[in-house]
Design a protein around this ligand. Structure first.
Ligand SMILES: [Zn+2]
Length: 141
């Protein structure tokens, strides 16, 4: 079923309509775990329950360690999503490593998720559950 990610704070649309799939669904793709490569083609969001991107965390709970978490191809995000204003959230070598907390904002200023794009990470976006929601509103079913 096609759904779009929206910001809970302002209701703005954050993604194009994508096919939101559980990882064990018949049509779910097997994610490619490869540096700087999106885990799957555009048009899909995968709900991951077994192995989050960060399986071992030292210290505070980290948004990338919770399950279930959705993985998205960053190409499905709209221009309503941009980098955090906090330089401390934008660490990385060649891109964003996502290790320091949510690094993506909605244009309203709400933190809405974490982007990874570094030379040792997938190229992926993980929405923050508490700050976003999936909706079919406005989409033809
Ligand atoms: Zn917003």
């Amino acid at each position: 079923m096609l759904q779009m990610l929206i910001c809970r704070s302002c209701g703005r649309q954050l993604s194009r309509p994508v096919n939101l799939l559980e990882e064990d669904a018949p049509k779910a793709p097997t994610p490619t775990i490869e540096d700087q490569v999106p885990p799957f083609a555009e048009g899909i969001a995968l709900i991951v329950r077994e192995e989050p991107i960060r399986t071992v965390i030292v210290g505070d709970p980290h948004p990338l360690s919770v399950t279930p978490q959705a993985w998205m191809n960053p190409n499905d995000l709209l221009k309503t999503v941009r980098n955090s204003n906090l330089a401390s959230r934008l660490n990385g070598c060649c891109g964003l490593d996502g290790c320091d907390g949510p690094n993506q904002l909605c244009v309203c200023g709400a933190e809405i998720g974490t982007r990874l794009s570094d030379c040792w990470t997938m190229n992926v976006f993980v929405p923050l559950q508490e700050a976003t929601e999936w909706t079919t509103n406005g989409l033809e079913q």
